[in-house]
Design a protein around this ligand. Structure first.
Ligand SMILES: Cc1cc2nc3c(=O)[nH]c(=O)nc-3n(C[C@H](O)[C@H](O)[C@H](O)COP(=O)(O)OP(=O)(O)OC[C@H]3O[C@@H](n4cnc5c(N)ncnc54)[C@H](O)[C@@H]3O)c2cc1C
Length: 403
């Protein structure tokens, strides 16, 4: 049951964003006796995207939330990951999910969000709204909403993703903190391209990666592209037509592998997710009574494979530190930062080190990369997943009690 926090002067916390970071934070704050409100821009949990990974310390958090059985039940099967060249010849193939170690989970982002939101159904949510103003006073933060009436909260936490609205309002424009890694990604439904069964197929060509994924008999097939466009900026916030145009410009002339069929599927897709591959690096994750968590504060990108795990762990630590700080939010924010920043930095570095996620610009570099991956796949001592597993566990959560 919730501990007694009636003496704690921080009571009312507003969380912006109803996804991995926001819902994990809301869960733990609610458990610890805070009065939590979540505001989400969309009228229901935001869908779209691929499966995401829970690894290492994030599995510990899921376990402490009592959600591990539900996540495991909905985790997606993966019989094989195979990488093809432009002509459709297999470059390398691995059984199961080669990027996982025992205990890791892969779950559709939609399912993860749905489980978290339904678990938190007793927590107040404002759907279909967004913060438009934050004014800090001695007694709290006066929050203006696009639709709802203004309200006073003790603290506001932005868990609203890469293009965080709270970050823009309280810390400054995204350009100040974003490190564009030079790529854009698109994810979409891809029925009828090819028959698959619990497989992930990838094809890397110079400057781009295409993939097709099917997660078991009940799931449809989704396709994705990652395209190199280092000189194109801020297209993540543009309209769908401009975003598709960029993919077309990068790949429209390609006849590699299933790329033409994937492009047709993308153009016809209803559930189209597109974003820039940008990390967020901030010197500080809080200002006064406003803090950030997850991608809003420290997005590591999909190239790291650790965006969701880092967000879940960060949210857990922030809630624990707020509960332990006895009303001193400044102390809680300091300790949150001390504990989580080394973990974040380690995981952000994965985006630069995962060889199989790298997209070489030339055929020669691509051939060298493929040879390196093949050799690592065949080595029993040097698994590709070791670096990720180490980073995923690079934080000690035993200092926090499970409750
Ligand atoms: C639709 C979508 C698909 C994705 N697909 C993939 C994928 O395939 N692979 C991958 O590795 N990562 C993907 N990601 C990113 C991944 O979900 C995050 O890196 C990770 O889960 C961290 O989660 P987060 O809660 O910090 O941020 P996010 O998952 O980005 O969630 C942020 C939440 O805040 C909400 N929000 C945004 N602006 C506002 C606002 N102004 N007011 C209120 N709420 C707001 C969003 O709608 C969303 O619900 C995707 C993200 C999204 C939003």
């Amino acid at each position: 049951m919730s501990p007694d926090t009636t003496a704690n002067p921080i009571r009312r916390v507003l969380v912006s964003g109803a996804a991995a970071a926001g819902e994990t934070l809301a869960f733990w704050l609610d458990r610890r006796g805070f009065d939590v409100t979540v505001v989400e821009k969309w009228s229901a949990p935001r869908s779209g995207g691929f499966a995401v990974d829970l690894r290492g310390a994030a599995i510990t958090v899921a376990d402490r939330m009592g959600l591990l059985p539900r996540f495991t039940e909905r985790s997606v099967p993966m019989k094989e990951v195979a990488n093809f060249d432009a002509a459709g010849e297999v470059v390398w193939r691995a059984e199961g999910n080669y990027a996982h170690t025992d205990g890791d989970l892969e779950i559709l982002r939609d399912d993860l969000t749905e489980i978290l939101c339904s678990t938190n159904s007793g927590i107040r949510h404002i759907w279909g709204d967004s913060i438009v103003g934050l004014a800090e006073t001695d007694g709290g933060v006066r929050v203006g909403f696009e639709h709802a009436e203004p309200e006073l909260f003790d603290l506001v936490v932005g868990a609203d993703g890469l293009h965080s609205n709270v970050r823009a309002l309280a810390f400054g424009p995204e350009e100040r903190f974003g490190k564009h890694l030079g790529y854009y990604t698109a994810v979409f439904e891809a029925p009828d391209v090819v028959d698959m069964d619990s497989q992930m197929w990838l094809c890397t060509i110079p400057g781009a990666m295409a993939s097709l994924v099917q997660w078991g008999p009940e799931a449809g097939t989704r396709g994705s592209f990652i395209v190199a466009a280092p000189h194109v900026r801020a297209l993540g916030r543009a309209g769908r037509a401009d975003q598709m145009r960029l993919v077309d410009e990068c790949l429209g002339a390609s006849d590699a592998w299933h790329v033409p069929a994937l492009l047709r599927a993308m153009r016809a897709s209803e559930d189209f997710y597109f974003d820039e591959v940008t990390q967020i690096h901030m010197p500080r994750w809080s200002a006064g009574r406003v803090a950030l968590v997850g991608d809003a504060a420290y997005a590591p990108t999909l190239m790291s494979g650790q965006g969701t795990s880092v967000a879940v762990v960060g949210a857990y630590v922030l809630a624990a530190e707020l509960a332990a700080a006895d009303g001193d939010h400044g102390r809680a924010f300091d300790r949150y930062e001390q504990r989580v920043r080394p973990f974040v930095e380690r995981n952000q570095q994965l985006a630069n080190t995962a060889e199989e996620a790298r997209i070489p610009a030339t055929q020669q570099d691509l051939d060298e990369r493929n040879a390196m991956i093949r050799s690592a796949m065949n080595s029993t001592s040097d698994h590709l997943d070791d670096v990720t597993a180490d980073a995923a566990n690079a934080i000690d959560l035993s200092v926090y009690t499970a409750a």
